[in-house]
Write a protein that binds this ligand. Sequence first.
Ligand code: ZN
Ligand code: ZN
Length: 267
Amino acid sequence: MADLEIEQRDKSALRAGYSKSVRRFELCSIAAYAAAMIWLAWRIAPRALHNPWLALCAFMVGFVAADFISGFVHWTADTWGTPEWPIIGNALIRPFREHHVDEKEITRHDFVETNGNNCFISLAPTVLAALLPRSGAALFFAAAMTFALTLAVFGTNQFHKWAHMDAPPPLVSWLQRAGLILPPEHHAVHHRAPYAKYYCITVGWLNEALFRLRFFQVLERIISAATGLIPREDDIGKRAALEVALQPLPPLPELPRLSIDLPPELE
Ligand SMILES: [Zn+2]
Ligand SMILES: [Zn+2]
């Protein structure tokens, strides 16, 4: 795919889309999400202190689920839709287009621009989890999992920004090297045109598995067959997008052969 000719959107037009109304939307999202998280923390804290192992399991499931959701949302925004769509186009899709045109732009975003969108996405699940009744282990597990999930989703764009910084803070570098937040060299795989793999940006643990299982590739083919849309046409231009869409799927990974020494009576 080295000779793929991609056509991207204009960088300054994308930057100009960061309007005052988008900024207000981000500020409101951050304030509402912070309030919802304090409410949810207050709801789950008594049981988490009483049953810390169950809480820990729920937090770990929530963290891995956040990695998957980061990949799913990133894939959706990279692959479908345009910044011209009303409301969500400018606020939610434009930043993804801009990020492929200028991957360092994210490092110049302040806290509000970096984290506003993910606060908006996290708001509804956080409120729903806080509204769950406080009886029963399963409901507590769901609420605690959602707490960790939305906290990790909130952190995702910050982790993503750090993965693009030339000199992140020392503690951040350590977390990246330990593989506990998105490592820069791992995320660099996504930034090679046509930007069609390694979408998970919380920590990236699921990227290789999803790619080998052809998860997003198969989803794209199903959606294209059903709607006639060309995946990532808006991101890299129709010609390159068609070329990528018509590529054969990579073969599924071979399963290791089972080798068992049978006892003589069974041979
Ligand atoms: Zn992308
Ligand atoms: Zn990136």
